[in-house]
Design a protein around this ligand. Sequence first.
Ligand code: SAM
Ligand code: DTB
Ligand code: SF4
Length: 327
Amino acid sequence: MAECVFPADEARPRHDWARAEIAALFEMPLSDLIYLAQTVHRRHFKPNQVQLSTLLSIKTGGCPEDCGYCAQSAHFDSGVKSEKLMPLDAVLAQAARAKANGATRYCMAAAWRNPRDSDLEKVCAMVEGVRRLGLETCATLGMLTAEQSRRLKAAGLDFYNHNIDTSEEYYGKVVTTRTYQDRLDTLANVRNAGIKVCCGGIVGMGEAREDRIGMIHTLATLPAHPESVPINLLARTRGTPLGACERPEVFELVRTIAAARITMPLSMVRLSAGRESLTDEAQALCYLAGANSIFVGNKLLTTANPELNRDRKLFDSLKIEPMPVDE
Ligand code: SAM
Ligand code: DTB
Ligand code: SF4
């Protein structure tokens, strides 16, 4: 196993991580790993601030893709019904409520393989409206062409979420209706259009540690690191192929977060799906490992997220404060 060669005084992020270096991070004693992650985190961020985003499903269910983790795929019977794209005024009303609850970023998600141009225009109007409320905007709409990416940029979109989900080797076991390269192509289109990238993946899909290492390696060796790296713990949904996956040890989630923090020091690392199923102590370990962003609000897309009061209580106990928008 290669030794971890992370230089203690490295100020600039590296893009040349060897897979063996990332494997070495995963192998470290947990206490040493957290110490390293904290050291990196404190160099670039205020250590006790966490950024708050809110998620809205603007188009739910009936998706033609077959992502084995997802309740919204039309291929599986999860009980989630296919709905139409939400109207603009309803989206803006929800965004105003999220802002009142302390969110600074608003992420609009659609269960599409890719948006039709007519739908993209509707989403652009939502982006413009949410921006006028003073929120950062994020969208996740599936694959985008270069032209569609430029259109979203012109509408004022700040971030685009498009996850690689897992390692390239494991990807085909999770999704068959698109390839890893399709994901990377959309990420390049988004980046070239000047939109900030939100890209991460999922822990707990039956993957091996080697796949978690591979996922972090892909992210950390992109030409530019994603500005946001969501690390989701699989929200297991009955009826989906991965709905009965065994839970990995919570420490694997913590190690994945720490590896993301250390290898992508300037990125926001978001503890995304799965918080509802974590104890307060496990969440605290995730923050110690360098997670500095979460989704707030009691619903993600189709699954539950902690109630606001539970998050407020935990933040009070840990003395964590919400991050202002320009941090
Ligand atoms: N349809 C678009 C796409 O897949 O790119 C956007 C929405 S999709 C729900 C966004 C991401 O949410 C997925 O890429 C996946 O990483 C994550 N996700 C979906 N279902 C999940 C689940 N049950 N548990 C954890 N993460 C999940
Ligand atoms: C991401 O990485 N996590 C969010 C967001 N991007 C769109 C989605 C989580 C979805 C959790 C499952 C559900 O609620 O359906
Ligand atoms: Fe569709 Fe996205 Fe769910 Fe995959 S993750 S089935 S693309 S909504």
